[in-house]
Design a binder for this molecule. Structure first.
Ligand code: KG4
Ligand code: ZN
Length: 338
């Protein structure tokens, strides 16, 4: 089976083709970072326009380079939510038009499910059930993954998402949007324990997160230093990163303990963070468990994860009719499998 995957939920236009025998045939991504970085965040109107301008050439290129056409594509999977309304509509319209013209099934995919399943692309030892920590620019969720399309929410952030906190602090430190990676690289140059930041909810027995107090405390510290130099910034970045990783590891450890599951997935943009991977890996090793994560290039938004999720759903007989639309607030735990 060969699936065309279309991802337009936010600021990356992703078009990919996944073949069940040959694997990833192409992963085309047009990143809009240069469009949005001067505004310090994604401007929805510009994002939708940019998807609209670029998507056709990405699709044409993907079909041409992989010798694919209506004759050998078996389905089109597109991100139907969560995400920005205008952006989602661009992907949905193209996907449905092509599916109509080619008379093949269209499969609506939940963006967070795409992230959650992405470690399966590079590791065939990962099987259900497992625990997943989803950490992106918009989400921080702990999920019990029972099967394809069957997910329970165990905990989530009451306020900011982890990626959002990285990005906001990065801006306060003078780094470019999206600043997760550059903040982490700056932290590598810092000394630990120079600053103490709050760890909201860390000692609560539940699996909820809260990061806005931590974010405010870090930003206030940055603005309180009158002649802040490079080393100060690196030290702050280090203490912040250590703190947020400690919170994430502690909640994952609790979830592993109570669920008795031995497999943990981390996915979403922040799962590219090396220190987060390292600390979660050591926590899981101590518990005789295994940590799974996607390849680096598949951590942030892409069409491959959408095509792959589409393949798994289509194999199970799930596809949608052409009247199906988008749902900007679609939650992973409310995927209607039937
Ligand atoms: O999943 P994603 O591409 O988009 C959303 O669905 O939101 O995640 C993007 C987020 C951004 O906040 C970005 O700063 C963060 O992932 N990110 C990182 C790293 N690489 C990307 N955060 C921390 N460390 C990284 N290495
Ligand atoms: Zn994402």
């Amino acid at each position: 089976m060969r699936i065309l995957g279309i991802e337009t939920s936010c600021d990356e236009t992703g078009v990919a083709i996944y073949d069940s025998k040959l694997g990833v045939l192409i992963n085309n991504i047009y990143s809009q970072i240069s469009t949005h970085s001067k505004y310090g965040g994604v401007v929805p109107e510009l994002a939708a326009r940019s998807h609209n301008e670029n998507i056709i050439s990405l699709i044409k290129d993907a079909l041409l380079k992989t010798n694919s056409s209506k004759n050998n594509i078996n389905g089109i999977a597109y991100t139907a939510g969560p995400g920005l309304v205008g952006s989602l509509l661009v992907g949905a319209s193209i996907a449905k038009s092509l599916a109509y013209a080619w008379n093949i099934p269209v499969i609506t995919i939940n963006h967070m499910e795409g992230h959650l399943l992405s470690p399966m692309l590079n590791n065939n030892k990962l099987s259900f059930p497992f625990l997943a920590l989803l950490v992106s620019g918009k989400h921080t969720q702990l999920i019990r993954a029972n099967n394809i399309g069957d997910y329970n929410l165990l905990g989530e952030s009451l306020d900011d998402a982890v990626g959002e906190v990285f990005d906001k602090i990065a801006i306060a430190l003078g780094l470019k949007y999206p600043g997760g990676l550059s903040l982490s690289m700056l932290a590598d140059r810092g000394f630990s324990n120079k600053y103490t930041f709050p760890k909201p909810l860390i000692n609560k027995p539940n699996l909820m997160f809260s990061f806005s107090g931590l974010k405010t405390s870090v930003i206030n510290t940055i603005y309180s230093l009158s002649n802040i130099n490079y080393q100060d910034k690196a030290n702050i970045a280090r203490s912040f990163e250590d703190t947020i990783i400690e919170i994430l590891v502690s909640k994952c450890a609790k979830a592993i303990h109570t669920s008795k599951l031995k497999k943990l997935v981390i996915a979403g943009g922040v799962s590219a963070n090396n220190k987060l991977r390292f600390h979660l890996h050591s926590m899981m090793s101590k518990k005789q468990g295994i940590l799974f994560y996607p390849n680096k290039e598949l951590c942030t938004d892409n069409g491959v994860m959408i095509a792959y999720a589409g393949l798994l759903h289509l194999r199970n007989g799930k596809y949608n009719n052409l009247e199906t639309s988008i749902n900007p607030n679609w939650q992973i735990y409310s995927i209607n499998y039937n």
